[in-house]
Design a protein around this ligand. Structure first.
Ligand SMILES: Cc1cc2nc3c(=O)[nH]c(=O)nc-3n(C[C@H](O)[C@H](O)[C@H](O)COP(=O)(O)OP(=O)(O)OC[C@H]3O[C@@H](n4cnc5c(N)ncnc54)[C@H](O)[C@@H]3O)c2cc1C
Length: 385
């Protein structure tokens, strides 16, 4: 058995996949474990960019069939700096006939994962679970006493309780940004294009969504701005006007959802394992959402851990052995560190409001756009393949 602590986007996929491979799972969740309903509107408005690599993994986990009707293809990605004529343009056809990725609404993703957990024979969910103490191979809960397993996986998010219990140190980096998330309808079609516009005040992303129920073109935004921006107070028309100023390409735009504000920071840890314990997902790494990679990275953690556990099961080895933990660290090091430095570097690079740096950035984008092998390298990274 494996104990998984945290039933978010990463913990649920881990639990479902382990069950499919014949490994029993106790999935402990602090909150209620329930399917999001649309009764009170959208709960969490994030539009999650799912890379092609993640799509292939979710498919392998038997999850894609439930998701595909709600997934909007990303065929093209356009990146540029506000005011510059130089762009970086990714076109899926340069690599294959598969899209670069998909946009899926957070609530729809959560609902599909909830259903998958319900169907998973070997997953026992313990919701509303208050945890008190963690020791190697055992966790004490207020209502369920001591629960034991050879491996405990902490997938309990950026403020991970598991991390604190095993004394893994973390470092948070503030970017001085907050992000406005909202959905818009617009006059012109998005043509399956995701846009990333770098501005001196922070990056802005326009992400294609499936049409609204009444057939209107729809996109989601992640609009990063300094923390003192008063998005909360601003009337809709003012946000629409500001949006049209920085993004005049879709004709008339109308806000069609609530607004959600996220404070942005990144987080790194000094290690990702402790005796009989592994940290996965945001518990182990939080990225700036500039490149839409956080949960994709978490799912790659899942894929690598599952491979090791499957091998341990087939060969009768201990799921929590130090050998398995070491191998997991080695497998994940490059991807986790590399992506952190890339997103952090990008955020810092675009944080400089200086004309020389701006010229270098723009020339850099134009160069990548022109040099095919370099461009394909970055495309593959963005697609998680
Ligand atoms: C604005 C924004 C946009 C984003 N867009 C993208 C994107 O396009 N693509 C992408 O890949 N990523 C994106 N991300 C990042 C992505 O949302 C996160 O990486 C992902 O949700 C992390 O999932 P998780 O399961 O690791 O953690 P969480 O989603 O935080 O889940 C943790 C779970 O653990 C539970 N928990 C916490 N403490 C305990 C405890 N003590 N006991 C039991 N359970 C506990 C929580 O209740 C929760 O259910 C975005 C993030 C933001 C802020």
């Amino acid at each position: 058995m494996v104990i998984v602590i945290g039933a978010g986007l990463v913990g649920t996929v881990l639990a479902v996949r382990l069950s499919q491979l014949g490994i029993r799972v106790k999935l402990l969740e602090r909150g209620p474990f329930a399917k999001p309903t649309t009764k009170n509107g959208i709960n969490d408005g994030r539009t999650i960019a799912v890379t092609l690599g993640s799509k292939l993994f979710l498919d392998k986990c038997g999850l894609w069939d439930d998701l595909k009707s709600t997934a909007q293809r990303i065929n093209y990605i356009r990146v540029f700096e506000k005011g510059s004529a130089w762009t970086l343009d990714y076109d899926y056809k340069e690599l294959s006939d598969q899209p670069m990725g998909y946009i899926i609404e957070f609530d729809r993703l959560t609902a599909a994962l909830y259903e998958a957990v319900q169907r998973a024979d070997l997953v026992e969910v313990v919701a509303n679970c208050t945890l008190q103490k963690l020791e190697p191979g055992e966790v004490t809960s207020q209502d369920h006493g001591v629960l034991k397993a050879p491996l405990i996986v902490g997938v309990d998010g950026r403020n991970s309780w598991v991390r604190g219990q095993v004394n893994i140190k973390s470092k948070t980096k503030e970017y001085g940004h907050k992000a406005l998330v909202a959905h818009f309808t617009h006059e012109k079609p998005h043509n399956a294009t995701a846009w990333e516009v770098f501005q001196p005040t922070g990056p802005f992303a326009m992400l294609p969504m499936t049409d609204t129920a009444d057939g209107k073109n729809q996109s989601g935004i992640v609009w990063c701005s300094p923390k003192d921006m008063n998005w909360e107070e601003m009337p809709d028309f003012e946000i629409e006007q500001k949006l049209t100023e920085i993004f005049p390409y879709y004709g008339d735009v109308k806000i069609c959802s609530k607004r959600w504000i996220f404070q942005l920071s990144s987080l790194t840890v000094d290690k990702i394992v402790a005796p009989r314990t592994i940290l996965l997902g945001d518990a182990a790494h939080v990225l700036h959402p500039i490149a839409g990679q956080g949960v994709n990275l978490g799912w790659r953690d899942v894929a690598d851990l599952v491979e090791l556990l499957e091998h341990a099961k087939d060969t009768g080895q201990d799921y929590g052995s130090s050998h398995l933990l070491d191998r997991y660290c080695k497998k994940r090091k490059f991807d986790q560190h590399g992506l952190y430095f890339f997103t952090d570097g990008l955020t810092r690079l675009y944080g400089f409001d200086n004309s020389l740096v701006s010229f270098v950035r723009q020339a850099g984008l134009a160069t990548v756009n022109k040099i095919s092998p370099l461009k394909k390298f970055f495309m593959k990274k963005a697609m998680g393949i």
